[in-house]
Design a protein around this ligand. Structure first.
Ligand SMILES: *Cc1c(COP(=O)(O)O)cnc(C)c1O
Length: 484
């Protein structure tokens, strides 16, 4: 399987190449050169698989056994999910009024990023050990990415991770999830600034191409192909759990409601649809509504500023993965995609060409949900089911309630739940409900923490560079010792 850039200029790479890249060298995102088509027989076979079983099949399809033999791939995926709290890894809760909530948050940090990051890190380790190489992962985070990345990388051979968090701007639980991991390969910095300010030193370091190459730096954000790949399994699992039958011709439709910020889950769902899964996609966003405006009016333009909402992990201004969606909508036309994205980068505003917009609005429906509607939805779900939703899940569930209140004759529907309510007690309180805190989260408060401050007036960029250079030096002397 080969991967090409959505902008069509960078040379094609295999899965390993895509895995170790963030953006393609031409600024685009990697996508499979050709999409396989799943026939009915394959879908029926897959319908009885567990969630990890589906991840295995999808990864085998998109990685290729010449690069990663199937039995080794299966071991890596089993290892990735070994620390999950639920034996099914992902669990569907069937609630009143046709509400299906797919709980993607049974990983260590209580959010869905654990799923794709734990697999991605296993893949990285596999290739690093084989090539006897080392990488340093650098992540700037205002929330869930940092903790999930730390959890997946902690203790990994051949990898170090540096995380910059905005001191005082994450929730308390998020911060503790990052600062209480004391493994030797985890390096956490608390920056006295907001998330835009902490991006600056990271951007500057990554702009130095020679330095990045010399020290094998990489990021682990949601544009990484491997994360999108694993996320496809959410949609397959949702479909097989919610479809009423697999005996009809054509197969029944299931609607999947995807709460999103950077459109990673949306891109995954759209690829799943393209390769033959009969799903209808609904994209649900908070008041940061660029994706909603794009679907409704073809208006792909940046808003003035990020709005803070209760669904804070979706407070994202630029939905990077829409580039993958545009590329697919245009029939893999890299010229169209490049023109579109370059205009967006120049002017921060694009009106989608008519044809592209009508294809997009055929492929997905959208909603934008206010904080008030989020808390109402959390309250209603509690009243009807005694079930607590996190504010991000509530964004998706709000769409479901809108539909049943209009008494639309509906297809079965599955709402993706990206995080546990336990992680967002502030939002639960805002909804007038009582937070439930699992023992693991309570225990965080009493654990030892480690975090180096980056104070105002310090040279953050230099501190970051020094740390990276130190880690490279340590790796080189370690590699030397083990080879002697
Ligand atoms: C990261 C995150 C999201 C947004 O994910 P995208 O990849 O931007 O769609 C939504 N909810 C939670 C809880 C998250 O951690």
């Amino acid at each position: 399987m080969w991967y090409v850039s959505t902008r069509g200029v960078a040379p094609r790479v295999n899965f390993e190449g895509a895995l170790f890249s963030g953006y393609a060298p031409d600024g685009g995102l990697f996508m499979p050169e050709e999409l396989p088509q799943l026939d009915r027989g394959t879908l029926c076979q897959w319908s009885t698989l567990s969630y990890p079983g589906l991840v295995k099949e999808l990864c085998a399809l998109f990685i290729g056994s010449e690069l990663l033999p199937k039995d080794e791939l299966n071991d890596l995926i089993d290892r990735a999910f070994s620390r999950f709290r639920h034996r099914e890894v992902v669990h569907l809760s069937r609630l009143r009024n046709g509400l299906n909530v797919l709980e993607l948050w049974h990983g260590v940090t209580y959010a869905f990023k654990d799923l794709s990051l734990s697999c991605t890190t296993q893949f990285l380790q596999y290739f690093l050990e084989k090539r006897e190489k080392h990488v340093t992962v650098v992540v700037g985070t205002s929330g869930d990415t940092g903790s999930a990345a730390i959890e997946s990388v902690q203790g990994a051979k051949n990898m170090d991770i540096i995380v910059l968090l905005p001191k005082g701007h994450c929730t308390k639980i998020q911060e503790l999830q990052m600062t209480t991991v004391l493994k030797q390969n985890v390096h956490v910095f608390g920056v006295e600034g907001n998330s835009d300010e902490l991006d600056e030193p990271i951007k500057t370091v990554f702009a130095d191409v020679a330095f990045v190459k010399k020290h094998n730096l990489m990021s682990l954000n949601s544009i990484n192909w491997s994360r999108v790949l694993v996320q496809m399994a959410h949609h397959f699992f949702a479909y097989f759990q919610c479809t009423p039958s697999l005996d009809t011709h054509p197969l029944p439709l299931v609607e999947v409601v995807v709460p999103t910020g950077a459109a990673g889950n949306l891109a995954a769902g759209y690829i799943a649809q393209k390769i033959g899964l009969p799903i209808r996609l609904v994209v649900a966003v908070n008041r940061n509504d660029i994706i909603h405006r794009t679907v409704q009016q073809g208006d792909f333009s940046l808003s003035e500023a990020v709005k803070s909402t209760l669904a804070s992990a979706m407070d994202i201004q630029v939905p990077y993965n829409m580039e993958r969606v545009f590329w697919l909508l245009s029939g893999s036309d890299s010229q169209v995609t490049r023109a579109l994205m370059e205009q967006f980068e120049r002017t921060q505003s694009v009106n989608l060409p008519k044809e592209l917009h009508s294809k997009l609005s055929e492929a997905v429906t959208s909603v934008s949900v206010s904080d008030e509607a989020i808390t109402q939805t959390m309250g209603r779900c509690w009243d009807e089911n005694q079930y607590l939703l996190c504010p991000h899940s509530a964004v998706a569930v709000n769409y479901h309630y809108q539909q049943i209140d209009r008494q639309q004759p509906s297809t079965p529907r599955c709402c993706l739940a990206p995080a546990s309510a336990a992680k967002f007690p502030e939002a639960v309180l805002a909804a007038g409900l009582t937070p439930e805190t699992p023992a693991e989260i309570v225990a965080l408060e009493h654990k030892e923490t480690r975090c180096t401050l980056m104070r105002r007036g310090d040279n953050w960029m230099l501190m970051l560079r020094d740390t990276i250079e130190d880690l490279s030096r340590q790796w080189r002397s370690h590699a030397l010792n083990t080879s002697q």
